[in-house]
Design a protein around this ligand. Structure first.
Ligand code: MGD
Ligand code: MGD
Ligand code: SF4
Ligand code: MO
Length: 759
């Protein structure tokens, strides 16, 4: 069974297959060798031909065989029985029963009572595309995914200021700032460890890390600002106020390129920097000198992540950090921030509507993930009655696992589509087994590069086992059972493909859609069953991308052509689709120039004036930071990224080479005070729950700040087949109440807790 790999080079085997790592958003290009039976990955190396990762891999990619080969693989549909156990059932029964229950709820109560969660993880976004068929057939109106518990605040701010989610050109930036982000462990930019080392060595570049912990990234920084936990808003407001009060802003650039700066000046003219220093724990002189460093730099690139996004003032911090580089003219030129035009458009921050029970604001079409269980458990006519969860594990990953378990059991029907019997699956009425990401063509829409942007469709590495289906096939079967696919249409489309090739197919699809726009609802699954069958061996699951490519070229023809893809009118969409399918590695699908970024900004300019944020900033000096209490004297970062964590993608604890139990990190002084030795056991308690952990004394931690890793507390069969849990599940401790007031993102990085030694 799955063991570690890294067997070293094999001179007799020159058959390297091209794929990607699925353990974080970067999806680095990987080349792998399989064993003789073709069932295991036995060797891994970086793919030099991958234009973004360029051969780079981190320590985790060599453990991918633990994803593919596992003792907890689901190989049959499962149905929950009266005792809370699960019985295997056949696919026809599963599809028929699920279709009948969900359509019953739709007909009786409305499709808006059926909730959809997930759609993909770090390496797979095609389930979400195919689920469109099931969602629209059932009239699903409300959905969410993991982005709604981290990025929606940032998306909203970036959309209003810049017209879209921005990333930055770290490679060429003179000043790089990592805010609540530890890329040494979590990446987030390509070739992170190599890039950080290069920045650190270059005397002409300044690396700034803002993090209460002295992280591995902070070790290499020129300036480390060890802000007090959860108090970044004061630090950043102090920096913005320094820029404004010392007149460091770029007036010419602001006049040429922006709107609404007056409102910003009005607020930050009055901000008391000394008060910001006191509250954030960073000296006023250092706040001022850091602001000057930003203002004097030729180029500045900032990356914010969970340390502030899952923390107090999360949305406000996303705004304040942008003010530091936008007031100083660091946008849309090399070494600064940009918006890009990837396929799939992840990160659109458009706000539309409210959730049906608690009125949570809907950003990018997803409701605040935090409020889902309350919108199930509420005594309210609009509460959700059914849920489909796909390629996600919210019972483990979202705040308050115990509330989630209760919510799932309160539903009239729940369906989980996964490859393993996860914590979420174990609360569902039906569990449907999917192919793994290496048994079908897969891709993600995490394409944020610029000026050249890439897309990578991976071919499968393995033959799928009996009993599992691609999500596309699952959704097609559900659509058929729900009577959503008109008689004869599949045959007609297949005939068009056989006789008229791609052009005939395209013409028929667009004619049919004009005649009957409702057909668009079932298009993804239909594409899978028609076009998909004509694609090269193993690539059927890529069919949905055909529609995505056509949509993309309508808005982005020039940048696609500049990338070297040609084609008259509608043929360009087909040719883009064929080009990305043909690439064994990522393919350049967009080429732009820096000035093109301005086309995406609101009215061709940066917008400074976000009244809700300015109002919050103006309050900061009169607001007091939250203090810890005698009952809960520590602030816990619940879910830190470490060397061997990868959300819940790898469940077998053997994949972890270090920190096997996922230890609690605690400062030596705190540990001494609590009588905690290295390797001793401790209990962490919050208002919501308690977990037991192993202690590792760690002088990187500030006093009063402790952390446990993300992705532990999963169970997995041991040698005897008994389920055994390793480490602590962070969300047994967290609550849905501690959250951003605008968009409901949870504040997991400063959870008030108590720590005690246990025997
Ligand atoms: N190894 C590994 N890499 C991953 C993942 C993984 O599971 N494992 N997951 C991926 C995913 S889904 C994501 S979203 C990213 C997340 O990537 P990161 O956001 O980098 O990950 P975290 O370790 O959760 O948090 C980053 C830092 O926030 C700091 N922090 C805590 N409190 C505060 C505070 O009050 N202020 C500031 N400024 N900082 C604070 C922590 O000390 C920590 O160093 O990682 C991705 N990469
Ligand atoms: N307390 C706390 N909680 C956190 C975090 C934290 O820092 N602290 N981090 C949060 C963050 S940033 C994120 S992104 C979330 C991530 O949490 P989730 O959104 O739950 O994502 P994953 O853990 O990646 O789970 C993905 C699921 O997809 C399944 N899967 C894998 N491949 C396939 C496939 O091909 N098909 C199907 N159908 N299923 C598949 C896996 O088995 C797994 O169950 O966790 C969040 N939770
Ligand atoms: S940075 Fe590491 S975990 Fe992320 S995709 Fe690359 S190899 Fe995988
Ligand atoms: Mo994430």
């Amino acid at each position: 069974m799955a063991k570690g790999i890294d067997k070293g080079p094999d001179k007799n085997n020159s058959d390297w297959k091209s794929t990607a790592c699925i353990l974080c958003t970067l999806n680095c290009g990987v080349k792998v060798q399989l064993n003789a039976e073709g069932t295991e990955i036995v060797r891994t190396k970086g793919d030099e031909n991958h234009p973004a990762s360029q051969g780079y891999l981190c320590n985790k990619a060599s453990r991918l065989n633990f994803y593919q080969n596992r003792d907890d693989r689901l190989l049959s549909p499962m149905k929950r029985n009266a005792e809370g156990g699960y019985d295997a059932i056949d696919w026809d029964t599963a599809i028929a029963e699920i279709a009948s229950k969900l359509s019953g709820i739709r007909d009786e109560l409305g499709g808006d009572k059926i909730f959809y969660y997930g759609g993909g993880g770090q390496g797979n976004h095609l389930p979400g595309a195919y689920s469109g068929t099931t969602q629209s057939t059932l009239g699903v109106k409300y959905r969410s995914n993991a982005l709604a518990q981290e990025k929606t605040g940032e998306f909203w701010v970036a959309d209003r200021m810049l017209g879209g989610y921005n990333h930055a050109d770290f490679e060429h930036a003179q000043v790089v700032i990592f805010l609540g982000k530890n890329p040494w462990q979590s990446h987030g930019l390509h070739r992170a460890r190599a890039e950080i080392r290069e920045m650190s060595k270059d005397p002409n570049r300044t690396l700034i890390v803002i993090d209460p912990k002295r992280t591995e990234t902070a070790d290499l920084a020129d300036i480390h600002l060890p802000v007090k936990m959860g108090r970044d808003a004061w630090l950043l407001a102090g920096m913005v106020a320094t820029i404004v009060q010392e007149n460091l802003q770029d007036d010419q650039w602001i006049a040429d390129h922006t709107n609404g700066v007056g409102a910003v000046m009005g607020v930050f003219d009055k901000v008391d920097i000394a008060d910001c220093a006191r509250k954030s724990g960073i000296d006023e002189a250092i706040i001022r000198s850091t602001a000057r460093t930003i203002a004097l730099a030729d180029s500045v690139a900032v990356l914010e992540d969970l340390g502030t996004q899952m923390n107090r003032h999360s949305t406000l911090v996303s705004y304040l950090q942008r003010l530091t580089w936008l007031l100083t003219g660091n946008f849309a030129k090399p070494g600064t921030a940009y918006t890009s035009n990837g396929l799939g458009n992840v990160g659109s921050g458009k706000e539309r509507g409210k959730s049906p029970v608690l009125g949570g604001r809907i950003i990018a079409g997803i409701i605040p993930a935090n409020i889902i269980p309350d919108e199930v458990l509420a005594d309210h006519p609009n509460r959700y009655r059914a849920m489909i969860i796909e390629s996600a594990n919210p019972v483990h990953s979202l705040p308050d696992s115990s509330k989630w378990r209760k919510a799932m059991r309160a539903l009239q029907c729940s369906v989980v589509i996964d490859i393993a019997m996860t914590e979420s699956a174990r609360q569902a009425d039906y569990v449907l087994p999917a192919t793994t990401q290496y048994e079908k063509a897969e891709a993600t829409f995490f394409n944020f590069e610029f000026p050249e942007n890439y897309f990578h469709v991976r071919a499968p590495l393995f033959v799928r086992p009996e009993g599992v289906l691609d999500e596309a096939e699952i959704h097609a079967r559900l659509a058929i059972a729900l009577g959503a696919i008109p008689e004869g249409i599949e045959e007609e489309l297949n005939a068009a493909l056989a006789e008229g090739g791609r052009e005939g197919f395209r013409n028929l699809v667009f004619t049919k859609l004009r005649e009957n726009p409702a057909l668009g609802k079932v298009a993804p699954a239909l594409l899978y069953r028609t076009l998909g069958r004509t694609l090269p061996e193993g690539m059927q699951n890529a069919a949905a991308l055909w529609a995505v490519c056509h949509q993309h070229v309508i808005a982005n023809r020039i940048s696609v052509e500049a990338a070297g893809v040609a084609g008259e009118d509608m043929a360009l969409g087909d040719n883009l689709f064929d080009a990305i399918l043909a690439g064994p590695s990522a393919v350049i699908m967009s080429k732009e120039d820096w000035p093109d970024v301005w086309q995406r900004t609101p009215g061709g300019r940066v917008n400074f004036d976000l009244p809700e944020m300015l109002e919050a900033a103006a309050q900061l000096n009169s607001e007091n930071p939250q203090e810890t209490t005698a009952e809960f004297p520590f602030l816990l970062s619940a879910g830190e990224r470490r060397d061997f964590t990868a959300n819940t993608i790898l469940r077998n604890p053997a994949w972890r080479r270090k920190d096997k139990e996922g230890a609690l990190y605690i400062n030596p002084d705190d540990a001494a005070r609590l009588n905690l030795g290295d390797g001793s056991n401790a209990r962490i308690t919050t208002a919501r729950g308690a977990v037991d952990v192993v202690v590792a004394i760690n002088d990187r931690m500030q006093r009063g700040h402790i952390s446990i890793p993300n992705g532990l507390g999963l169970d997995y069969p041991d040698e005897q087949g008994n389920m055994k849990t390793t480490g602590a599940a962070p969300n047994e401790l967290t609550s849905t109440d501690l959250a951003d007031k605008y968009f409901g993102t949870p504040w997991h990085k400063s959870v008030p807790v108590r720590v005690e030694a246990i025997g």
